[in-house]
Design a protein around this ligand. Structure first.
Ligand code: SF4
Ligand code: SF4
Length: 584
């Protein structure tokens, strides 16, 4: 038995591998992404990025149908996309073990909303396990496969950012279960959910839930830790660590299987302690179940949003806060900005000049909504920019409406929106920001970049051909570093009497670090007009004199600012230049 340091996501990958998983499939999304990125490193597992979570869940269903163990991964908002197959998979049940790993993001560190995936387990009537740390993440992932096969049901394993991304000591035994794929047995009554079969499986599902509830009471996934009996805290997931740190003497019922809920165990725990409180993130979920179990709950003032930290628990229970070090004063604020040399910058610069209503989407280009570019008006969910552009254009009469979407997001759920626009006779404009990668989650490949999860080059989706096939009558690809051409193309797309798709194609600045000589500002020529500063490049700022100044240590010489300076004040800062630059 070896001890190692794993993040929660690394531990889930290890647990899946040890469980003999045949396939891992998912869509990248922080904080879930690293599960598959780690699982792919193990021998004997096939790992794939899917274009979206629904497809991933369906691929996984196929693996399970054919008898293999499979893990499918996504973040909380992805579970909304995958919910359609999941709800019916609860009816069909599984062949090989089917584990759906979902990572919630309390506190919205990198998400557009908070969502409590525990409620999906209840709604879909499937079991959910909730690890509190990496060691449990490994053990519970293994256990989830066993439960899935024993009870013929998909199993959710729910993590949160704090569990997925924190490191902890994990014991690994190095062994991989030798799981032979179960032989395929044709069984339409189980797998073909026409109403007659679905009605039978619906009743089966209730029976499975009864057996799962018995399992929840006895399995050891839920743990009683008796200490000082004056206070008993019922806690699940990441909040467990916060409770242990803030209230080290309290007795604890740690819920590891949150659905079905162990009501008898809760009652037995309550009988052992003088008072019961519930600590959870994004509640009340556990609290309501405890009350339904007939246990009186001592109310503590926990927030209904955000993460439950030790400080939050201390405050809720009236324990004195720990002294924390003050943040050093004078540290400048750093608002999020697109990177120097980002290809999206030129597109948003041009979009601003069209005075269009710009419906945006999920990705690092969402930063186009931030000043100084401020050229994006909405951001709701993956793929929404396309449908919203169409909807807004049905009403907006004064200004053009343009939908902006990244390459991975377009493949995820933008294509169907484009089909809708063509089908309904839209003359609107969609811009696909093809930076050759899924940049926001850490440069995963996608069907448009044509790079697989294993790093192999494969078929690339031909965006121009696809746009035409969907019904766009005007399609063009531009280099977004060429600002004048990009603006002209945008104006042409807006004026086109047909559905128009403009593809702005250039690799992410971090994907291909093509660093040219930086540029610098010639103070004698600069008029302090501020046009270059409006680009929002982190390398450009305002000097005390009011002129622009460029930090040559982070400028990558992309040339966009040179194009917006009407006075020719921005010049190459190579070795021959006396403006302070240096060649790399
Ligand atoms: S050339 Fe201009 S826009 Fe490009 S990275 Fe350098 S300062 Fe920024
Ligand atoms: S655009 Fe040119 S003139 Fe205007 S502030 Fe920038 S460097 Fe100076």
């Amino acid at each position: 038995m070896a001890r190692t340091l794993f993040s929660g996501n690394e531990a889930v990958a290890r647990g899946a591998w040890e469980a003999g998983v045949a396939v891992g499939v998912g869509y990248p999304g922080t904080p879930s992404t690293e599960v598959l990125e780690n699982l792919v490193r193990y021998e004997g597992v096939r790992c794939e990025w899917a274009p979206n979570e629904k497809v991933a869940a369906e691929v996984a269903a196929g693996v399970s149908l054919a008898g293999g163990r499979v893990i499918v991964t996504m973040k909380h908002v992805g579970l909304n996309v995958a919910a359609d197959p999941l709800f019916t998979l609860a009816y069909t049940g599984v062949g090989g073990g089917y584990v759906l790993f979902v990572a919630d993001d309390p506190g919205m560190h990198s998400s557009q909303n908070e969502q409590d995936s525990r409620r999906y387990a209840v709604a879909a009537k499937v079991p959910m396990l909730e690890p509190a740390d990496p060691a449990e993440a490994l053990a519970m992932t293994r256990a989830a496969f066993e439960i899935s096969e024993e009870f013929d049901v998909p199993v959710l394993v729910r993590s949160t950012t704090r569990v997925s991304h924190s490191k902890g000591v994990v014991e690994v035994d190095g062994a991989r279960a030798q799981v032979q794929p179960q032989p395929y047995i044709k069984d339409p009554a189980k797998w073909v959910m026409v109403p007659a079969n679905a009605r039978r499986r619906r009743i089966d599902l209730e029976e499975r839930l009864v057996r799962l509830a018995e399992h929840a009471e006895l399995s050891g996934l839920n743990r009683v830790e008796l200490r000082d009996r004056s206070l008993g805290v019922i806690v699940d997931g990441a909040a467990y660590r916060a409770v242990r740190e803030a209230l080290p003497d309290a007795s604890v019922l740690k819920i590891g299987m949150v659905h079905p809920f162990p009501r008898d165990l809760v009652r037995a725990f309550a009988a052992e302690v003088e008072s019961v409180a519930v600590v959870e993130e994004l509640g009340p979920f556990v609290r309501d179940l405890v009350v339904q179990a007939g246990v009186a709950v001592r109310e503590v003032p926990l927030p209904a949003w955000g993460e439950v930290t030790p400080a939050v628990v201390r405050a809720a229970f009236g324990v004195l806060p720990l002294e924390v070090r003050k943040v050093r004063e004078g540290v400048p604020e750093r608002p999020p900005l697109m990177c120097p040399g980002c290809p999206h910058r030129g597109v948003f610069w041009a979009l601003k000049r069209t005075k269009a209503v710009v419906t945006g989407d999920i990705g690092c280009y969402t930063l186009g909504a931030a000043p100084p570019l401020a050229a994006m008006d909405s951001c709701i969910c993956m793929g929404a920019s396309v449908g919203m552009a169409h909807g807004a254009s049905l009403v907006e009469r004064e200004r053009p409406v343009i939908g902006v979407i990244g390459d991975s997001t377009f493949a995820h759920s933008g294509i169907t929106g484009l089909v809708h626009m063509a089908y309904n006779g839209s003359h609107g404009t969609i811009v696909v920001l093809d930076n050759r990668t899924t940049a926001m989650t850490g440069h995963q490949g996608n069907p448009i970049s044509g790079v697989t999860l294993s790093g192999e080059h494969t078929s690339e989706l031909d965006l121009e051909a696809l746009a035409r096939a969907c019904g766009a009558g005007w399609v063009r690809t531009v280099d977004p570093f060429d600002l004048a051409t990009t603006l002209a193309a945008l104006k042409e797309a807006i004026a086109a009497p047909t559905l128009a798709v403009l593809i702005a194609k250039a690799p992410c600045a971090l994907l291909e670090k093509r660093v040219k000589d930086p540029v610098a500002v010639d103070d004698d020529v600069c008029t302090a007009c501020g046009s270059c500063i409006q680009l929002g490049c982190p390398a450009i700022s305002k000097a005390d004199s009011g002129n622009a100044q460029i930090d040559v240590t982070i400028c990558v010489g992309c040339g966009q600012c040179e194009q917006v300076c009407r006075f020719g004040a921005i010049v190459p800062a190579g070795p021959a230049c006396d403006l302070g630059g240096s060649a790399r």
